[in-house]
Unconditional design. Sequence first.
Length: 588
Amino acid sequence: MGSGPFLNCCVCVCARRSKEGLVCVEQILRDLGLDPSPEDCMAVQRVCQIVSTRAAHLCGASLAAVLRQIRDNKAVDRLRTTIGVDGSVYKNHPQFARRLHKMVRCLVPDCDVRFLRSEDGSGKGAAMVTAVAYRLAKQHAERQQVLDTLRLSREQLMEVKRRMEVQMKRGLALDTHDSASVRMLPTYVRATPDGTEHGDFLALDLGGTNFRVLMVRVRSGKRRSVEMHNKIYTISQDVMQGTGEELFDHIVHCIADFLEYMGMKGASLPLGFTFSFPCHQAGLNKGILLKWTKGFKASGCEGEDVAVLLSDAIHRMEEFDLDVVAVVNDTVGTMMSCAYEDPQCEVGLIVGTGTNACYMEEMRNVELVEGNEGLMCVNMEWGAFGDGGELDDICTEFDCAVDENSTNPGKQRFEKMISGMYLGEIVRNVLLDFTAKGLLFRGKLSERLKTRGIFETKFLSQIESDRLALRQVRSILQHLGLTSSTCDDSILVKEVCSVVSQRAAQLCGAALAAVVDKIRQNRNLNSLSISVGVDGTLYKLHPHFSSILQETLRDLAPQCNVTLLQSEDGSGKGAALITAVACRMRDA
């Protein structure tokens, strides 16, 4: 009995239900050397029908599984798609196509499927595959050429470290301080807790859109501990960019609400004010605001003592009195908070809405303050690094676009390449560029993606999560109005997010390497063991930021053994501890 194409032909012919089909069956069987009866022909025809039906149903079931996967990948309720089909059985069998179509519609009723027969065969398809592959390779090269501008080599990172060291020295020196992009501001914090601090202290933490009021109870002796209670309040854009009087009145109203919440209405307490903006400090409780950052623009504040502005607002309310003992930068507060647990902590780092660092510098190097003995914490205000052109050679067109459309063009250039307030906006500008070039989203741009600030930095953390599937990435893109995005789009968006956040972590690591290396050199040590207290939502929530930062730090400062301590209590606790230390020293 024959096999191969001849037998396939028999199956097709035998599947015909007409009398003509039976005649064909009889003829085929006779050609095979058989002498069939009418009953034999009918039986053979029935077997062929069963076999071909099963084949169509199996093919339909497999195809339905593929369609479900495509629908799930696209994260749509209903899939509309076209299937190209070729092959002799599908084309020649009288019932196969109908049975296949019926089975597919039965198994995936939520898919609208159109079957399109290929008339030109696989030769044309091979040419099309080649053309598509060429187009994709060309597009990939174009994308990588753009992304390469955001990738930094080790040599570039070493140069960033060197330039940071130069600006640190300029900021500490009296004759170059005013022209340095890194201001290196003295904080007048000279001592860390010794365990004898005791009492209740109020702390304020202002550094972004969320404002915290804290009650901190410090206990000394064998049961040395810090107990904290806090409440978070929101500062609206109107208040952030209104008048200074409105801003500080709002802060005082929040304090009043908190004291009532704690059952301490009208209490008089020592207060530490974490104020996370560039200040010139003439003393521990005197902080002159140099300039607003992080979107704040409240009028009548720059050039003024924020401790006086707060005290004036308290007196206007006339409900309670507070002793403003210390004005503290959030970076300093973070360092002090971690130093309470680890005496080796001499550096503070913030990577959140903004970014900044502080460290304990030798007094002999702090030329803005008299005295050569001991240490003083210096608030670097490193977010402004680059304002003097130090980063121009690594700034991309996307960084320039973010800077030009910010509330402070030309300022805080380093911060705009690192912090949570800006990373999402950098990504958005890259996506806009790719879409305009037809390299993403099929060249179709959603109106929502044109909106500044719509791509929040939290999306980077979510998209880069190792546990997040492409389906979930696409759901984020759909939230941004990109409803027609593909899996390839999701992969590219994830790569863009990865490149932008990696650069941010590497830049942060390069700058921190300059800090710890300076401390090592100050002390004439071949090797240094030191801890860095770190706080900030970007550092805490991004899945890879901290590991990239540490890897960069080890590479660029190999003589320093650095431990990064994540601050669990935030800078508010540090402000209270600084206040406690100041009260101890004042009362001594």
